[in-house]
Design a protein around this ligand. Structure first.
Ligand code: ADP
Ligand code: MG
Length: 158
């Protein structure tokens, strides 16, 4: 299953993410890809709001992983960019997050390919001259269920 949203403002991007934040479950994995500035961190900020996290969310470029515990379930926000191609070899305990009590959101997850759980929501952010495009794809029953729910609670605009 795939879902595509078009947004023209930060608020619209965050509204989609917030709707997803309201329905994600422990053990869910969202893999965000797209160029620098495409909106991955902006999206994660909306998702955090949807979980009930009020603390500001910024890019964990230097810490790689940042955990937020004040929401409905924990949010594990990772940014793999700085690790680059050898990311999967780093012993950062990724499995503790992926199979933990919270939802994992990974920017630049493509560099972690080998260690990612198979069932995940792929989120591709694309910048076009007129708008941003956010495409969700499910890769298994868990992620499929989440996207079906998202489609109900956040209808695609335009
Ligand atoms: P990434 O994490 O992918 O590198 P960021 O979320 O940090 O990207 O940056 C996205 C930038 O684009 C922000 O400065 C944000 O204000 C801007 N922006 C403009 N329009 C949008 C939109 N519709 N959705 C998301 N971000 C947008
Ligand atoms: Mg970012």
């Amino acid at each position: 299953m795939m879902l595509t949203y078009h947004t023209t403002t930060v608020e619209e991007t965050q509204a989609v993410a917030r709707a997803l934040g309201a329905i994600v479950q422990p053990g869910d994995l969202l893999c965000l890809s797209g160029d620098l500035g495409a909106g991955k961190t902006t999206f994660t900020q909306g998702l955090a709001r949807g979980l009930g996290v009020e603390e500001p969310v910024s890019s964990p470029t230097f810490t790689i992983i940042k955990e937020y515990d004040e929401g409905r379930i924990p949010l594990y926000h990772m940014d793999i960019y700085r690790l680059g191609e050898s990311a999967a070899e780093e012993e950062l305990g990724f499995d503790d997050y992926f199979y933990g009590e919270g939802v994992s959101v990974v920017e630049w997850a493509e560099w972690l390919q080998e260690v990612l759980p198979a069932d995940r929501v792929q989120v591709v952010h694309n910048l076009t001259p007129t708008h941003r495009e956010i495409t969700f794809a499910a890769t298994g029953p868990r992620s499929e269920a989440r996207l079906k729910e998202l489609e109900k609670t956040c209808p695609t605009w335009r």
